[in-house]
Design a protein around this ligand. Structure first.
Ligand code: NAD
Ligand code: UD1
Length: 309
């Protein structure tokens, strides 16, 4: 029997490349569609069961080719930086919304129904300190990034109702781990802080460092994505992926210091426009529908693994 093929858009990126590894380990054939804007070829293993198509998800001809003979799609391609969307709303919109619609059209034509989508906690906007947001919390997207993620969710639901697509929508909180690229000011905070701490370079905190995030180690997320790709029946309600734990940037710096044994100078500057102050997941829905790694990787352990300590 031929093994099923899963298309991973954004598969050469941070989260995508971990998902590709997990799919290969589970004997899937993997097709990656990536424009290599932030992703890298080197993130992908050399393996006979991985095919890389270099191209844009927003290009209808490319997605038409990429969806042929697939059994499921993991749609992770996007400009992942909230700040990049604030600086370039039109450019990021192509990758963050138009691409989702093009992909839905191509899936519809190719008769592929299951799609696992990387939405974001950013759709909720700002809520009080300590408040764990559940999925029904009113949405308040503060940035083009958040607006495009929420609109992508709505389009996926339209394609479900109208054209039989079978979407599973996850709202990821802040994901971290190996291969998260620290090279741009737009990169994820843990990748930047850990790289600079290892090199002894000064760290910049935007704001007072009391802002909080619900950080999730990438392999814990991938365990959930694999279940969603394989489940015979999809859960159509959007689902938070977070651990209901708020860690401030100042606490994060303390943990890095504990793991490394040292920390460089830390400077505090003005907060970023559109930055969310506090973000914490109510994850009851996730716990009801998915088997989770128990215990979830805590920050100390995750940072130890990331820093190779
Ligand atoms: P990443 O930048 O490492 O991965 C994104 C990948 O998509 C890259 O390989 C990039 O080259 C590719 N890409 C971007 N636009 C494309 C396009 N138009 N066509 C083809 N490929 C394109 O970022 P990541 O952290 O791995 O994020 C993966 C997904 O998860 C994104 O959709 C992001 O919005 C979402 N997400 C990430 C986090 C997080 O904390 N990292 C949290 C919530 C949601
Ligand atoms: C992150 C993800 C986004 C996701 C969202 C879900 C990235 C790049 N962004 O956005 O895709 O949808 O989580 O919650 O992966 N900061 C500093 N100094 C730095 C860099 C960042 O102080 O050098 C601060 C930021 O101002 C922010 C916090 O760290 O307050 C987190 O920033 P960042 O890692 O960019 O993540 P989010 O904006 O939360």
């Amino acid at each position: 029997m031929t093994q099923p093929t899963v298309l991973v858009t954004g598969g050469a990126g941070f989260i995508g490349s971990h998902l590709v590894e997990a799919l290969l380990a589970d004997n899937f054939l993997v097709r990656v569609l990536d424009n290599l804007s932030t992703g890298k070829r080197e993130n992908l293993p050399h393996h006979p069961n991985v095919e890389l198509i270099v191209g844009d998800v927003a290009d209808p001809n490319v997605v038409q080719r990429a969806t042929q003979h697939c059994q499921a799609v993991a749609h992770l391609a996007a400009v992942a930086s909230v700040q990049a969307s604030v600086d370039d709303p039109i450019g990021t919109h192509q990758s963050n919304l138009v691409a989702t619609i093009q992909l839905c059209e191509a899936m519809r034509a190719a008769n592929v129904s299951r799609i696992v989508f990387a939405s974001s906690a950013a759709v909720y906007g700002n809520h009080g300190e300590g408040q764990a947001v559940d999925e029904d919390t009113p949405k308040a997207p503060l940035t083009p990034y958040a607006a495009d993620k929420l609109a992508s969710e709505y389009y996926l639901d339209f394609y479900r109702r109208q054209h039989g697509l079978d979407p599973v929508i996850f709202r990821f909180f802040n994901i971290y781990g190996p291969r998260q690229d620290p090279s741009s000011p737009y990169s994820g905070v843990i990748s930047i802080f850990t790289e600079r701490a290892q090199k002894g370079l000064p760290i910049t905190v935007f704001g007072d460092g009391h802002q909080t995030r619900d950080f999730v180690f990438v392999q814990d997320l991938v365990a959930v994505l694999m279940q969603a790709l394989k489940a015979p029946r999809a859960t159509h309600q959007p689902m938070n992926v977070g651990w209901n734990q708020a860690t401030s940037l100042n606490q994060l710096l303390q943990i890095i210091q504990r793991v490394l044994g040292h920390l460089p100078t830390v400077d505090y500057t003005t907060p970023r426009p559109g930055d969310i102050r506090h973000s914490r997941a109510n994850n009851e829905r996730l716990l009801t529908h998915y088997r989770l790694p128990t215990p979830a990787t805590d920050m100390h352990e995750g940072l130890r693994r990331l820093l190779g300590k």
